[in-house]
Design a protein around this ligand. Structure first.
Ligand code: SR1
Ligand code: MG
Length: 404
């Protein structure tokens, strides 16, 4: 079956042909459902008669969202398998487990998380976000601690970084996040005509455009850790309510992983928290919007505390002093604001939009877009040494202006 694209009909045969998988699931009477709702891959949930389940994810040689006209390396599956393995070792409680990886057919076999839901879906229907974000802040810190030169040493770090280059997937991010929203590329951007004027004003805003180009430079040139590369609320599974015994939060879908700026993972998460808050505000749920926005700080302090707790174990403390840590944290936070601002804009303007905003009715959409573009612009342009107090105040001012 080498080189073939899986279908619901061929999955049983595939599993039956792999010794390790046959021990985990019974292929007789297997039910198979294709559930891929992402932009790139095929995803099959396979369940046997006794309820045992596995998930198979296969990279296609093109971008699923667009079709064969946009070819894409299947090697992204290897990038995902590697990052899941590394991140899973550092934080097994918060990372979807990789069961097996088939490099020939670019198939990842993953733990079944059908009893979880995608966080974005939960947020869109007004569900609880309590407890959802702190684990991601902690995961990002563990990834930074565990994959940076401070742990691997300079030589090991460079070797890892060069083995995990992910050129085509990074190019997607460079184009969709840092280029196309800022220069009208024509075909791939779109907004409802109701906000055309808003977008035209922004495009004439040279501070906004040059702010984004500065972030593109950071994305292209900073190598800090093996980042997830696409960590948003649609790349997080959640189960149960905070405090309950079955509560669980897991990151998945790390095919964009590469050695990049750690603030990118924080910033993407923040930009998507803003999308959830903008949705709530646009629907008149201002208290919920404000409480969602508090999750930005939650992510940060979880990240910062986890990083500080691993700090004593770093290599070469005589070089990497406590003062270095403080300035590094400041730099990471500045990066995160800038990346969050870019993420907010691209999720409204660019090809890969978010359901938080896209499923709003027209009146709500105009309000939601105003918040995403306005708050996002401010984060991007005024990112340097920005305080959490000021982002909270500013969001409340936006609410007054946009929602009242
Ligand atoms: C063509 S891929 C578009 C987007 O989907 C992924 O989830 C990433 O967010 C990417 O930017
Ligand atoms: Mg994805």
């Amino acid at each position: 079956m080498a080189g073939t694209v899986l279908t619901s009909e061929t999955v049983s045969e595939y599993i039956g042909g792999r010794t390790a998988l046959r021990k985990l699931i019974d292929v007789d009477g297997l039910t198979v459902q294709e559930v891929g709702d992402g932009n790139l891959n095929l995803v099959f949930v396979c369940r046997d008669a006794s309820g045992r389940a596995l998930v198979l994810k296969q990279s296609l040689p093109y971008v699923r969202l667009v079709g064969p006209d946009w070819p894409m390396t299947e090697d992204r599956a290897a990038r995902e398998a590697h990052s899941l393995t590394v991140h899973g070792r550092l934080a097994p409680e918060w990372v979807c487990a990789l069961v097996e990886y088939d490099d020939d057919q670019h198939i990842l076999v993953l733990e079944d998380l059908s009893d979880h839901e995608v966080l974005r879906s939960r947020l869109n229907r007004g569900g609880s976000h309590s407890g959802a974000f702190a684990p991601m802040g902690r995961l990002i810190a563990r990834v930074l601690t565990g994959t940076s030169w401070l742990t691997l040493g300079e030589e090991g770090f460079r070797a890892q970084a060069s083995e995990t280059v992910n050129t085509q997937l990074c190019l997607i991010s460079e184009e969709l996040i840092f280029t196309e929203p800022y220069v009208d590329c024509g075909t791939r951007n779109s907004v409802r005509s109701l906000v055309d004027g808003r977008l035209e004003t922004l495009r004439r805003d040279s501070e906004w455009v040059s702010g984004a180009m500065r972030m593109k430079r950071r994305f292209l040139t900073v190598q800090e850790a093996l980042i997830h590369g696409d960590l948003h609320t649609g790349s997080m599974f959640i189960r149960g309510e905070a405090g309950a015994a079955d509560f669980s939060v897991k990151a998945f879908d790390s095919e964009f992983a590469f050695y990049g700026p750690i603030g990118f993972d924080l910033g993407l998460l923040w930009g998507n928290i803003l999308a959830a808050a903008a949705r709530a505000a646009a629907q008149g749920e201002t208290d919920r919007a404000v409480s969602l926005m508090c999750e930005i700080e939650t992510v940060w302090y979880a990240f910062e505390n986890e990083l500080r707790s691993g700090w004593p174990a770093r290599m070469k403390p005589e070089q990497y002093t406590d003062a270095f840590l403080e300035s590094w944290l400041d730099d990471i936070r500045d990066d995160a604001w800038g990346f969050a601002g870019c993420e907010a804009a691209r999720r409204v303007i660019g090809l890969a939009k978010v359901s938080d905003i896209e499923t709003l009715d027209d009146d709500e959409y105009v309000r939601g877009v105003e918040i995403m573009l306005g708050v996002g612009r401010s984060w991007l342009v005024n990112r340097s040494r920005r305080s959490f107090d000021s982002y909270r105040r500013e969001f409340s001012e936006f609410l007054l202006h946009v929602v009242s």
